[in-house]
Each structure stands twice: as C-alpha cells, then as structure tokens.
Design a protein around this ligand. Structure first.
Ligand code: COA
Ligand code: AMP
Length: 627
C-alpha cells in the first residue's frame, strides 16, 4: 500500500491514533486528556483538556529553538513601492507589543477583536496578537463595504476594532476609515476602542476618546506574554456567505487548527522550516488565515505578504518577480489570478526575465481549476500544478495531491484524492451512495478532522441545521461532484446559491436582498453566470413595482450602485436587467437554475414544474442575446 493510502486509511479507521501522533508537532502547556471527544455528537471536539497558545507555536518556540534570526515574514508591496522583512525575533517583538497594546485597551481572553485591514504586516501582527492573549479575532475582508462590516461587528460584538486609514487597489487609494466610521454608526454593538494604522497615502481623522494610532500606542506598549488557552477555545471567527442574506460566523478552535495546519505544511505542501511559502490571497479570506498567517509560521517557514495583484502591479510578470526575488518554493493562489496573467501575457514571455529555479510547486484553489488554465500554467512553469479543494468551513484542504506524503499522477480537472481525515462520500438526490462517474452531492462523514469549523458563532443550532442535518452523520459541503473509478474526486460546483467571483465567495441571496430593498423593485433574482476571467460573475434581473414608469437603464444603474455601496466592489455586479416577470414553478419558486443554463448556453430541459413557460422564453434574448 502506498504512503497516501496507508495514511488515509489510518486517519479514518483510527483517527485518535493518527491525530494523536500529529499533535506531537505542537507544543502544549498541558497534554490533552484525549484526542477526540465524541460524547456530544454531532458536535465533536478535538484534544479536550489540552492547553496551548497558537501564537507561541507560531513564533516563540522557533525563537527558543534558536531560529530567531531566520526570516518569518516578507512584506512585498508594489502598490507602495515597499519591501520589508521580519525575522522571527523581530516579528515576535512586534506581536508581543501589539498584544500588550490590545491588553491595555482592555482586551482579554475570550474577547472579540474585529480586524478590517489591507494587506500590511500589521494585519498579521494583530491576528497573532489576539491569539497571544487568548482573544478571538474576526478579520473582515477590506473589499467589503460599511454595511457588511456593520453586520459582522454586530454579530461578533468586539471590544476593539483594528483597522488602517486606507488600502490601495493598484493605483487607487480606498479610504477605510470613513467606511469603518459608517459601520460603527450603523452597528448596535459599538466597540469601545479602535486601533488605527495611519498610512501616508490617506491619513485618517480620529474620533477622540475612541480611536488610537497604532504607531505610538504599540511602540509604548509593554510586551504581553502568551496566555495558555484550552484546545477547544475559539481562535477566530470568519464570516462566510451562505444561502441567506446574513453571513455565518465560522468558528475555529485553537488546538485542532494548530495540529491540522502544521501537519498540512509537510504532508500536503511539502514545505519545511526555513523554506519560503507564498499564498497570494488576502488575510480576509480563509486561504489568507490558514496559509498566509498560521500554517507557514506554525511550520517555521517564511511567509510572503503581497500587497499587489497578479497583473497591473506593474504587469503580468509580478508573480515571477516575487518568486525569484525571495526564493519562493511554493506559490498558492486562485485560478482567476492565472487567467488574468494568461490574458495579459499569453505566451508567458515575462517569465524569461526571472530566475525561477527555486520554485517547485503551484497550488491552486478557491474555485474550479479549468483544464485550460491548468495546461497553460503547467506548460509554462514546468512545475507540478496542483488543484486542491476546500472551504472556509473546513479551514484546510479536503482533497489534494499530497506531494509531501506521496505525489500521485495528476488528472486535469480533479483536485486528486481525499486528504487524510476527510471521509468523502458522494450521494444522489435520495441519499444513496453514487456509483463512480455519477454526479451527486459531496458529503463528509463525521467526525470532521481537526482544523474544521467547531461551530457557528453564537448559534450551535445553525451549525447543525445548515451543515449536519441533511444526512445524519455527515457534513453537507454544498458542492456537487463525483469520483472516477480510480478514486479521484471531481468537484463540479456549488449546488446552492453560493457563487465564486474571482475566488471571492458571495451569496446570490444576499445580493438579491440588497436589490429588493430598492423602493422601485417588486421582486428580483440574481444568478451566477460563467465569466472567462473571474470564473463566475453575478447577474441581476428585477421586476419593477406596478406604476413605476422610470427609465429602465436609470433604475438598473442605481441597482448596480446600491450593491457596490452595500456589499462592496468585490461583488462585481455589472448588469441588472429590468424584466416584466420572473419564471417560476407552480409553487412560486424562481427558476434560477434554468436562467443560469440559458445565460451559460447550457442545454437544460424546461422543468415540468414551470408555471409560466412564456416568461422563460421571453428572457432568452435578455440572458443570451447572441444565442
Ligand atoms: N479593498 C477594496 N476594494 C477591493 C479589494 C480590497 N481589498 N479587493 C478588490 N477590490 C475591488 C477592486 O478594486 C475592484 O473594484 P472596481 O470594480 O472598482 O474595479 C472590485 O473590487 C473587484 O475586484 P476583483 O474581483 O479583485 O477584480 P479585479 O478586476 O480588480 O482583478 C483579478 C481581477 C483576477 C486580477 C483579481 O481578482 C485577483 O487578483 N484575483 C486573485 C485571486 C484571489 O486573491 N482570490 C482570493 C481567494 S484565494
Ligand atoms: P471559500 O469558502 O471562499 O473557500 O469557498 C469555498 C468554495 O469554493 C467551495 O465550496 C467550492 O465551491 C469552491 N472551491 C474551492 N476550491 C475549489 C476547487 N479546487 N475546485 C472546485 N471548487 C473549489
């Protein structure tokens, strides 16, 4: 049996033995009483009784082991022309003082801190500082608008919000502080303090008594020591889009997270201490949490924090420059970034100018890797291009080619095989196991391995209702797909109302709620349609209230702007069509799937449950003018 098969089998047949061994990779103040507590199934707990500190494992222990002068963090920011490096010694000092500053602002174990930041070192420092004092961080992606931030502030009820005066999008300065002020105005749970990094590109106006400047406050703070926390204590809350208008707060614990991510660096990513690992994502997404911040540091590697884009900062050679300049061994990003590079530099000519000899692997995730992009990247780079599949909820890959354990042959279009710990099952609509090559729902048999979500913030029942009730004993991923006869998994896309836009996860339901809030709109539908660059983009269809005689283009433009203002530019909603009616079933359900099929040019029979076939026909030229 190969090393992969052996590990996977042990992980599902003897999970306590398997993960008990993996836990030895982490330093504990108190060893766990047991590995897995299943007494409250379906809510499983990993490493109960154990005490640790995630920040200690990410920083202090490497310094204590004599590796303080090794690089921990490389900050590379083409948008500000800045490059800065931090050794483990230096990063520990910054983080300990940041933790001291938060403690001085009254933050203690179990308190929440919302972090709304661009891609600057202080974002990572704030996250680790929370972990250091046992506080729970909740990072909100900087591209979200004030209303999205307000919803998250209300749900997490933070004592402090950490932010920056601005972010920089290629060559456009986005002032964050007015968005933060508006969010706090809107929120009911107002934070007592804000800690703000002043950036020279757009310094912020401070609110006296509430706002504090990061620079002087952190410089003056005494370093705070690590606070031991329970393995089962939350490390962070990360909100993610579901099918409703309100994002869910995915909770991750300390112990399982540290064990799983540490294990993943060697076994999935083949990255050792001292090697340079770069996740070109954003700290606001799960990829950023796990693979910009925690995993590389838990493993004692060097992480790259890149404040730039794959193209336009300054060109499609940006990734190759960073790889060659810093000796990156492993790059992890979303396929959309590579589609952008391919669009601007189809023959990969810009690669020739850089030394890519230390580059070994490209990992891609966040959306389906289309075979064309896979082939382009592997032909031009000459390194393994590894598709792997996971979600905010799982926190680390569910399916991958575990090159650190045993590299398997690659099949384009497949993220390869289930990662040890994940018992992946495909079932058909009636819940029966699906045969190989047959599409179905992708489920994960409980218990989920360490590192996966331990609950929904403040609402355990929502965790059970949303994920664990569809098929008792299984977690519902929301993705559809199949296994091939060799046991390779193929993930074909979401079966719910979640869409992936340039690797950003959005809910069509949430966009619909915003459009429906316009006073002229009677009803609406939002669908995700295929896009050659971003994978998917949302499209809106709105029916106006009777008696509204306004110009359709004018209303449509207002609806586009409304979504941009309330959700953020990342929604990438460019088109809303004003239509006479929406196609529905006899029970009144809008036929979004049929509309999406027409927009994407996919053949799909008209459902027999349709109430108004003429309405669907009338939409054909709107949804797909050429076809
Ligand atoms: N703060 C403020 N605004 C932001 C933002 C942030 N952190 N991130 C994105 N935006 C804005 C963009 O400026 C853009 O605004 P615009 O409509 O006024 O032009 C809008 O949100 C859409 O952004 P994006 O989806 O990133 O599209 P883009 O056209 O600017 O760039 C890519 C396209 C492919 C280059 C870009 O999506 C990319 O780099 N993707 C990499 C994948 C990635 O990081 N995925 C994360 C999960 S792994
Ligand atoms: P997020 O929670 O933002 O990480 O988004 C998770 C969703 O992205 C998954 O449920 C999938 O729909 C999609 N996704 C992520 N990685 C892949 C992949 N490698 N292949 C196909 N879909 C993916």
């Amino acid at each position: 049996m190969g090393a992969y098969q052996d590990a996977w089998r042990r992980s599902v047949e003897q999970p306590e033995e398997f993960w008990g061994e993996a836990a030895a990779g982490i330093s504990w103040y108190r060893q766990p009483d047991r590995v897995l507590d299943d007494s409250n199934a379906p809510m499983h707990r990993w490493f109960p009784g154990g005490e640790l500190n995630t920040c200690y494992n990410a920083l202090d222990r490497h310094v204590e082991a004599g590796r303080g002068s090794q690089l921990a963090l490389i900050y590379d920011s083409p948008v500000t022309q800045t490059k800065r490096t931090y050794t483990y010694d230096e990063l520990l000092d910054e983080v300990a003082r940041t933790a001291g500053a938060l403690r001085d602002l009254g933050v203690g174990r179990g308190d929440r801190v919302v972090i709304y930041m661009p891609m600057i070192p202080e974002a990572l420092m704030a996250m680790l500082a929370c972990a250091r004092i046992g506080a729970i961080h909740s990072v909100v992606f900087g591209g979200f608008a004030a209303h999205e931030l307000a919803m998250r502030i209300d749900d997490a009820a933070p004592k402090v919000v950490v932010s920056a005066s601005c972010g920089i999008e290629v060559n456009r300065v986005i002032e964050y502080k007015p968005l933060l002020d508006a969010a706090i105005d809107e929120a009911t749970n107002k934070p007592a303090s804000c800690l703000i990094v002043q950036r020279p590109e757009a310094p912020a106006t401070m609110v006296a008594g509430r706002d504090h400047e990061w620079g002087p406050v952190v410089a003056a703070a005494a370093p705070a020591p690590c606070v031991p926390v329970a393995a089962t204590d939350p490390l962070y809350i990360l909100y993610t889009s579901g099918t409703t208008g309100r994002p869910k707060g995915v909770v991750r614990d300390n112990g399982g997270h540290a064990v799983a991510l540490h294990w993943s660096m060697a076994n999935i990513y083949d990255t050792a201490p001292g090697e340079v690992f770069w996740a070109a994502s954003d700290v606001g997404w799960v990829v950023g949490h796990s693979y910009i911040v925690y995993a590389p540091l838990l493993a004692g590697s060097t992480t790259v924090l890149y404040e730039g884009k794959p193209v336009g900062t300054p060109d499609a050679g940006a990734f190759w420059r960073v790889i060659s300049e810093w000796g990156v061994k492993t790059l992890f990003t979303a396929p959309t970034g590579f589609r952008a590079i391919k669009r601007d530099d189809p023959d990969g000519k810009l690669m020739a100018a850089y030394d890519l000899s230390r580059f070994r692997y490209l990992f891609l995730a966040g959306e389906r890797l289309d075979p064309e992009t896979y082939l382009w990247a592997s032909e031009h780079l000459g390194v393994p291009v590894i598709d792997h599949w996971w979600q905010t909820e799982t926190g680390w890959p569910v399916a991958a080619n575990l090159v650190g354990l045993e590299a398997l042959p690659i099949k384009p279009g497949s993220p390869t095989v289930p990662v040890p710990g994940f018992n992946v099952q495909i079932v058909n609509e009636t819940g029966e196991p699906a045969a190989p090559d047959t599409e179905g729902l992708i489920l994960l048999k409980l218990p989920l391995p360490p590192g996966c979500m331990s609950g929904v913030w403040g609402d355990d029942q929502k965790f059970i209702d949303t994920y664990l009730s569809h098929t008792p004993g299984y977690y519902l991923t929301g993705d559809g797909g199949h296994f091939d006869p060799d046991g390779y998994l193929f993930v074909m896309g979401r079966v719910d109302d979640v869409i992936n836009v340039a690797g950003h996860r959005l809910s069509t339901g949430e966009i619909e709620e915003i459009i429906a809030s316009h006073p002229n709109v009677a009803e609406c539908a939002v669908i995700g349609v295929a896009d050659t660059l971003k994978g998917q983009v949302p499209r809106g269809l709105a029916v106006l209230k009777s008696g509204v005689t306004r110009d359709h283009d004018e209303v449509a433009a207002e609806l586009v702007q409304l979504v941009r203002d309330r959700l953020g530019a990342v929604a990438s909603l460019r088109q809303v069509d004003i239509v006479d009616a929406l196609p529905k079933t006899r029970s009144g359900k809008v036929l979004r799937k049929s509309m999406r099929a027409i927009a994407d040019g996919v053949d799909m029979p008209v459902p027999s449950t349709i109430d108004n076939p003429a309405t669907l026909d009338a939409l054909r030229p709107v949804l797909r003018p050429q076809g």
